[in-house]
Design a protein around this ligand. Sequence first.
Ligand code: ZN
Length: 203
Amino acid sequence: MLFSLGKLFVLEVSLLLTCFLGDHLLTHPVTNQRYLVAIGDSLTHGFVGAISWVIVIDAKNRHDIAQCLLCLMFAMAVDVDHFIAAKSLSLEAALSLPSRPPFHATTVIFLVDLILLIMAAILKSGTPLTLALMFTVAWFSHHVRDGTRRGLWLPPFTETPPLSGLAYLGLIMVIPLLGRILYTNWLQFSTDRQLKIIESNIV
Ligand SMILES: [Zn+2]
């Protein structure tokens, strides 16, 4: 695997620091305003997603950075469901839901990946596979970060107890490494025309 161990070490440490900093800010007196907590938490999810994708693809250039920004947006987009479920743009309403909103169901990741795998087979394109991997890295890392409070939710099957700090940080570090193995072995050389179109819209 052509990947500098030094660079990988720096990126993994960056992931840990992002989590430590983001989690610390959530409980810091400075961020006792609900909207500041929500913004800080969302940005932390986004940065974890972006750094994870840097590891997955070994990002080197502008084209790669665009993919990382897309992964950042995927990771942050999970929390949109709070507002959809509340049917309101009010942060108060979004954070006072009686149950977990739908994008926080980890089973949704399997469903979306299945749809993207079928699309890849029909279109004979690697782009849906790359998107499936990016989506999985972004959303699962978000679910794992949230999982320290309420566990992982896998409706209609089960839900886990809240994740321990060790399980949380361990998974956050392992997810991009597994993603990298999948990417280098199966996806790196596939056609990426559709993804480039998406990227060109956000650069
Ligand atoms: Zn969330």
